[in-house]
Design a protein around this ligand. Sequence first.
Ligand SMILES: Nc1nc2c(ncn2[C@@H]2O[C@H](COP(=O)(O)OP(=O)(O)OP(=O)(O)O)[C@@H](O)[C@H]2O)c(=O)[nH]1
Ligand SMILES: [Mg+2]
Length: 509
Amino acid sequence: MLAAPLTLGTAGHIDHGKTTLIGLLTGAQTDRLPQERERGISIELGYAALTLPSGRRVSVVDAPGHERFVRTMVAGASGIDFYLMVVAADDGVMPQTREHAIVLEALAVKAGVVAVTKADVADPAVAMIEAGELLPEAEVVAISARTGEGLDELRAALDRAAAGLPGRARAAASPRLHVDRVFTIRGAGTVVTGTLWSGSVGRGDEVVLLPSGRRARIRAVQVHDQSRDRAPAGQRVAVNLAGVAREEVQRGDVLTSAAAELLPSYLIDARLRFPAGTEPQPGTRVQVHHGTRETPGRLAWLGGEFWQVRLERPLVPAAGDRLVIRQIAPPDTLGGGVVLDARPRKHGPSRELLVRLQRLERGDPADEEPTTVDTGERPHRRGSRPPAPTVRLSPAALAIEQRLKDAGFEPPLDSELAAPHDLASVRDAGRAVRVSKTLHYHPDVLAEIRNRLLDIAQRNGGVITIALLRDELRTSRKFAQALLEHFDAEKLTLRRGDEHILRGSAPPR
Ligand SMILES: Nc1nc2c(ncn2[C@@H]2O[C@H](COP(=O)(O)OP(=O)(O)OP(=O)(O)O)[C@@H](O)[C@H]2O)c(=O)[nH]1
Ligand SMILES: [Mg+2]
């Protein structure tokens, strides 16, 4: 049986020789637009077919290197199985070399090869060392597009990188194609192309386009200009859709089957990683990339590496998919991570949520009751609360409890919580704690805050300030102040001017 098809994506700084190299490897000129040929730079994604010495069939997506087209590179790189990072010998590792490496990391594209090009222009040794430091897992090969030196070695290295990759062609999965190009062919109608992430597509299949929900039938399928009855995942495919106008579909849309459980979503719970020092402030507006689609959104911190991504326009995510997070101004790639819940409710941090997200990350079923509480970042080790009396709450009271729990460190005002007697019954049942004249917290959330407070005190010689608690909880001064006054009243802390001293700790000088 033939090994599963794979998709290779290029990466690297502008003008380092990606398109030239793909041309040499495949015979295809992937810069199609007149502006690209005139200016000598790639603007759009380019596509080519490559057969490796082993016979392995590979689709190639050639990305532009220009700093203004990183978003295009992200769209092209989502769905690739391995990368070809190109670094010019005379230039070495440059800003987009690094930025593309962050994108690949965010997308969890771990396998790949580095080609140090232009070895005829400069000694490649330094660039090879720099590239090896940036991508320690990759083989680094020096090549010259001018003399052909190193090309056979590069092909062999690509084959070695491909050998360990399983491909994506699982017959049972639903098809998912993130559209990156739409065009019309006279007499045939609308054609969409993309990297097929999963499943397969074949002539006659009924499909649905998301987020619009438009249904369509597949009239024809091509893989690198060859007609196919059916094409499996892991490669570039072109799909001719019957009865769909060109205007009804665009880059970023997802083609899937009606049976798939995909749905557009404005909220995503995710585990995100940012290289040291680039973690965005919670609440910052960022650009969120998924598949070939992107939208601005805000990041709400849930604790540890967990965030809720709140989007301005819907994405079409599934659990396990990757996200790339970019800064809007000045544009830069911050990091990214994995979707844990593709359609969560809107919520803030809570211990229960963290337990659930950790479960999802491990791939455990998430809907069982948590048995132990582990917030990941800080294990729950102090401040246990007495079991709440078992009181039957009305549905309205239960809804209030849920809202408090979901709201985490920033609960709604009492006045936003509807009927006062329902709130009172939640409080009487021990499932809401009055923290100020206008605020209640859920006791689980409060227990977490208490732990955080003890941590601050430990780090800070027993002293806690409003600013320290605010920063620890990533909330506003208003909430931090109400909480500290509550802990003063509870005699956990003692106020001295602007400082709150943990009782029982050594008094400060
Ligand atoms: N001497 C020499 N020139 C090269 C080599 N590889 C590429 N070039 C030249 O470098 C220039 C840029 O090459 P491209 O392939 O367009 O670079 P690119 O990385 O695709 O550029 P963008 O897509 O715009 O990021 C062209 O003029 C190539 O002819 C090489 O190995 N040796
Ligand atoms: Mg190019």
